[in-house]
Design a protein around this ligand. Structure first.
Ligand code: CU
Length: 160
């Protein structure tokens, strides 16, 4: 009896801790102003594994991070005014998010979960979105989206 209990205890322990050890937690901050930059996310690019979580941390009500483009089968998110919100990203692919209030200033970012297999579709969406949305800082995300030198191009190469 006692041995069974001890075995059960260790099985429970394993079940409890194994997923925690795998999934990583990340943070993206909404920043108002630093040096000559204002209204941006830090980091504006994250590469994570399926099952990882990302917490959007905003200092006050003036930021409202939300998903803009997501892989098929994933779920959209919208952070309430001034709240922090954690999303768990299980679906692989490229996610585009922005700030509801400051997307016009180029306050946006990208998360890649695992394999960026939907990159072509995401890029088409981003080009249209950028032309429609960004009035300022139009080149802010070029280091991510540039077809040759961008972080997404490198991410796609690394999984091939
Ligand atoms: Cu904002």
């Amino acid at each position: 009896m006692r041995e069974k209990r001890i075995t059960l205890f260790f099985v429970c322990l394993a079940v409890c801790f194994v997923p925690v050890a795998w999934a990583e937690e990340h943070e993206i901050l909404g920043i108002d102003k630093r040096d000559y930059e204002s209204m941006f996310f830090e980091p504006d690019y994250l590469q994570v594994e399926p099952g990882d979580s990302v917490t959007f941390v905003v200092a006050h009500f003036e930021h409202k991070p939300q998903s803009v483009f997501i892989p098929e089968g994933a779920e959209h998110w919208k952070v309430e005014n001034g709240e922090s919100m954690t999303v768990t990203l299980r679906q692989e692919g490229v996610y585009l998010f922005d700030c509801f209030y400051h997307n016009v200033m180029g306050m946006a970012g990208v998360i890649v979960v695992g394999d960026p297999a939907n990159l072509d579709e995401a890029r088409r969406h981003f080009e249209t979105y950028k032309a429609k949305t960004f009035a300022m800082n139009k080149d802010r995300l070029d280091h991510i989206w540039d077809p040759d030198t961008g972080l997404l191009a490198k991410a796609a190469q690394s999984v091939q």
